[in-house]
Design a protein around this ligand. Structure first.
Ligand code: NAD
Length: 505
């Protein structure tokens, strides 16, 4: 283990000795070298952690919601204090550039702030009853153990989106992070436990087992999904994983929030502000080295501006600074591993067989980080949208297709199985409104004059079709973490039945 990691663990309060073992190696994408090696939880340990979480739920649900919010406020403080250290660890373990590592922690802070406010706003409804002397209302109650499964590319923010809401809603949380990024999970868990200790210094409201961290690979996640005590499974990752999780949860009739793969498009219309479009396209397509669920993968450019826009993009692509993500000047860090690099090369070869013209996409050797898989992001000019473009390739490949008619571009946007994010660049109000309308983009996110990636926590986040249909984060996404109870109270002296039914005994 390097001294950098050791120092970060010390600052973040991670007791690595409690987790060390030979089952899961955390490999830094920066240079392909191991950062640390951990033991995985065995079946009995997983069951024990879920048991603890279930018992914690039974106690935590009785703590008033605003008091639960206080714990999240303290956690937000810990994140603010340790933002630099956790952000750096995200960069070391997930390979995203430092600015994005810090941005990921900021997203955790933002959702904590949101959840603190939410803890005083878990509103129900009062509904007009059809019966005299009756009051009808809906109230929201805590749900149970929330099982979170997260992906490597947002190793800590996704847990926070779920956990901050789940905790203020009165639930406990078990977390199975990606086997590629367990160290950031240990650090996040340690910071949460610091907040719990401060919270419990004034009372003993936060029970043991409120947050349980489960270390392991797919089989460990699968065990958590199968456990009947887990009342909601919130799983983020590939569509393949989501189908497996959905099947198991459907069998035991358990709720899910599925946040799965995306295949996001942007339309650039003739009236677009091209200066803005160029910046948005570049950030959305190459940010996080093309490893965001919302990464721009398909660009539909109107024929009339194609020859202006595409050469500019190529020029920018040719000069993008690729290198160690810890260095300030770097904009493109490494792919997560060799498998990601190979999948990218396979996709580029497939595009060539479809008459695609490939620009970039080759491996870049970074001096001092020779074991990392760095690539020049690729632009692939396609004669049309082909079947290969229907697949999400988790790497920086942007396919570009010309269009003549906006309806054709919207149809291409919607043609793929995924439905996460989309955007249009236009200054024509009719085009913008059509794109956002019921016959426009079929995605969970449809933006105008910004790219498809880089969402704020205030809006509900998620997508349709193969993206899974789940919603997390802001707006009323909290309702998925609670159970609704409809109460009718009769304060009259008679017992009228609904629908005027007469039932005299
Ligand atoms: P992945 O599907 O390989 O793994 C994600 C997580 O699922 C890991 O923790 C893994 O151990 C677990 N897992 C896999 N199979 C499982 C099973 N059968 N039962 C239980 N757990 C299982 O995904 P990845 O490579 O880590 O991440 C990249 C993918 O995640 C991309 O498809 C990306 O689009 C998607 N993603 C989606 C969102 C979103 O909000 N829609 C956000 C981030 C990433």
């Amino acid at each position: 283990m390097t001294s950098t990691i050791q120092n970060l663990f010390t600052e973040l309060g991670v007791a690595l000795a409690d987790y060390e073992g030979n089952d899961i190696a955390s490999i830094s994408p920066i240079n392909g070298l191991p950062l640390a090696s951990l033991r995985a939880d065995n079946a009995a340990q997983v069951a024990h952690k879920i048991d603890r979480a279930h018992n914690a739920f039974l106690a935590w649900r009785k703590v008033p919601a605003p008091r639960r919010g206080e714990l999240i406020r303290l956690f937000g403080e810990e994140l603010r204090t340790h933002k630099a250290a956790l952000g750096q660890l995200v960069t070391l373990e997930a390979g995203k550039i430092l600015q994005e590592g810090l941005g990921e922690v900021q997203e955790m802070i933002d959702i904590c702030d949101f959840a603190v406010g939410l803890s005083r706003q878990l509103y129900g409804l009062t509904i007009a009853s059809e019966r005299p002397g009756h009051r009808m209302m809906e109230v929201w109650h805590p749900l149970g153990v929330v099982g979170v499964i997260s992906a490597f590319n947002f190793p800590v923010a996704v847990w926070a989106w779920n956990a901050a809401l789940a905790f203020v809603c009165g639930n406990s949380v078990t977390w199975k992070p990606s086997e590629k990024t367990p160290l950031t999970a240990l650090a996040t868990h340690a910071l949460f436990m610091k907040a719990v200790a401060r919270f419990n210094a004034t009372s003993n409201d936060a029970p043991d087992g409120l947050a349980e961290l489960i270390i392991g690979a797919r089989d460990t996640g699968a065990q958590m999904v199968e456990d009947k005590r887990v009342a909601l499974v919130s799983a983020t990752g590939s569509t393949r994983m989501g189908r497996q999780v959905a099947e198991v949860c459907a069998k035991r009739l358990t709720r899910t929030i599925l946040e799965l793969g995306g295949n996001n498009a942007m339309i650039v219309a003739p009236s677009a502000d091209l200066e803005m479009a160029v910046r948005a396209i570049t950030f959305s397509a190459v940010g996080t080295a093309g490893q965001r669920c919302t990464t721009l993968r398909r660009l539909f450019v109107h024929d009339s501006i194609y020859e202006t826009l595409v050469p500019r993009l190529k020029k920018i692509y040719a000069g993008l600074p690729i290198g160690n993500p810890l260095e300030k000047s770097t904009l493109i860090g490494p792919l997560v591993d060799q498998a990601a690099f190979e999948a990218m090369q396979t996709a580029l070869n497939a595009a060539k067989t479809d008459q695609g013209v490939v620009f970039g996409g080759d491996r870049v050797i970074v001096i001092g980080s020779e074991g990392g898989y760095y690539v020049r992001p690729a632009i692939v000019e396609m004669p049309s949208q082909t079947a290969h473009m229907h697949h999400e390739i988790f790497a920086p490949i942007m396919y570009i297709v010309r269009y003549q008619d906006l309806q054709q571009a919207i149809d291409w946007n919607n043609e793929v199985p995924q439905g996460l994010s989309s955007s249009i660049f236009t200054t024509d109000m009719r085009e913008a409104e059509l794109f956002m309308s019921d016959v426009g983009s079929d995605c969970g996110i449809a933006n105008v004059n910004i790219g498809p990636s880089g969402a704020e926590i205030g809006g509900a986040f998620g997508g349709e079709k193969d993206t899974g249909g789940g919603r997390e984060s802001g707006s009323d996404a909290w309702k998925a973490y609670m159970r609704r109870s409809t109460n009718t109270v009769n304060y009259s002296h008679s017992l009228p039945l609904a629908q005027g039914i007469s039932f005299d005994i």
